[in-house]
Write a protein that binds this ligand. Structure first.
Ligand code: PMP
Length: 407
């Protein structure tokens, strides 16, 4: 661990210096939402203090400046994920909004009754429910590939489900519960071999590793700003130009039209066709600042640091008696889900919260996966770029307390 200066990074995040319940904060819930560096907070403040107006409308100074900042953020996203064109980057409210857009536009317009969609049992609800909604409306078939007992994904199992009716495959880049990293590039090749498209839920992917959408050759890639150290209320749908071009808009209103008469309207060019109404302007600029921040450190370096902390955590938690780690696939990324034989996940999180340790407990918006592993809930510690081995020591010590109390 040479150039990665985690202490300097920690100093950029004001909240990490705060105390909760009289204890130094140990924040291990970044998969739910990440904390924000000062650089993002300042970019948001600067925008509101000196550069704010609505975009794409007025010809006045501030409107032009705000538009330049907003479109500049789109170019930062383009470069960050290596999209071919900036108009392949659509601003949405988040991953959920982006996946719903694909379901309500692409799937609704182009899939026919009897066509098949394949997902996995490890999906977040936001990559299940939108497909169920369009399935019920259009008479589609929805299938799910299972994971093995380690939480690993096997592409042969997916291949076995593919038929000539398969039109759309949707997978997470990284499971928010198991940490499993899916072979997106191989899945894209499998999808394209049958004439299907691949939709990637990248909410937990783009936060832990470099993403190059052209290299992955996925058709859509969705993610949220708030998990990438940016603001809430902003997310991204990347889509290939030729698909976005032919897709109908889902929301109508201002900014998404070319001409409007009482009889009919024509649509604006990409990306505006999918951005009806006043967009989350400042949130987009904040996401641009977050991307500047992580890109300067490097996603590969961030992933490497998190991998080191993950390995340490995996060893430390293995020594806690009665603790079962769920999700042990080789090459997994930064989440540690677990159950303990002595206590319910809600009791675990409540007790360790007294020591200032923040983890999530519950079904993690992945109820089919809870069924798969036959547990009602799990506790989950998830890592961000600012976590350290000391955070893991605090977690492990607090879990020993849980044992003392309950066992
Ligand atoms: N997919 C995954 C894998 C996630 O972890 C999350 C957030 N927990 C989402 C989708 C949904 O993201 P958002 O709530 O920001 O729309």
């Amino acid at each position: 661990e040479s150039a990665y200066d985690v202490e300097a990074i920690r100093r950029d995040f004001p909240i990490l210096a705060t105390e909760v319940r009289g204890k130094p904060l140990v924040f291990l819930d970044s998969a739910a939402s990440a904390q924000k560096p000062r650089q993002v907070i300042e970019a948001v403040t600067r925008m509101y203090e000196a550069e704010y107006a609505n975009v794409h409308r007025g010809l006045h100074y501030l409107s032009e400046l705000a538009t330049a900042r907003y479109e500049g953020a789109r170019e930062k996203v383009q470069n960050f994920i290596n999209a071919k064109h900036s108009h392949e980057v659509i601003f949405t409210r988040g991953t959920t909004d982006a996946l719903n857009l694909v379901a309500q536009s692409y799937a609704r317009a182009f899939l026919e009754p009897g066509d098949e969609i394949i997902i996995t049992t490890m999906e977040h609800h936001s990559n299940i429910v939108p497909w169920q909604m369009v399935r019920d409306e259009k008479g589609l078939v929805l299938k799910a590939v299972d994971v093995d007992d380690e939480g690993a994904f096997n592409i042969a199992d997916m291949e076995a489900l593919v038929t000539e009716k398969t039109k759309l495959i949707a997978v997470p880049h990284v499971s928010n519960v198991l940490g499993t990293v899916l072979p997106v590039k191989e899945i894209a090749a499998l999808a394209h071999k049958t004439g299907a498209i691949l939709v990637v839920d990248g909410a937990q992917g783009v936060t832990h590793m470099p993403v190059d959408v052209q290299d992955l050759d996925c058709d859509f890639y969705a993610f949220s700003g708030h998990k990438l150290y940016g603001p809430t209320g902003i997310g991204i749908l990347y889509g290939k130009e030729e698909l976005l071009e032919k897709m109908p808009p889902v929301q109508g209103g201002g900014d998404m039209i070319n001409t409007v008469t009482i009889e009919k309207s024509t649509w604006a060019d990409l990306p505006h066709k999918f951005e009806a109404g006043t967009p989350p302007i400042v949130q987009a600029v904040g996401l641009g600042a977050a991307i500047d921040y992580v890109a300067a450190i490097g996603m590969a370096a961030i992933g490497e640091h998190e991998g080191d902390v993950l390995n340490y955590a995996t060893q430390r938690l293995a020594s806690v008696e009665g603790l079962r780690l769920i999700g042990t696939a080789p090459g997994k990324a930064s989440v540690l889900s677990f159950v303990m034989d002595c206590a319910h996940p809600h009791d675990i999180s409540t007790i360790i919260d007294q020591a200032g340790v923040a983890v999530r407990a519950g079904h993690h918006c992945a109820q089919p996966l809870m069924d798969r592993f036959d547990v009602p809930a799990m506790a989950r510690a998830s890592l961000g770029m600012y976590n350290t081995r000391q955070d893991i020591d605090a977690l492990a010590d607090s879990l020993e307390k849980v044992r003392e109390i309950f066992a």
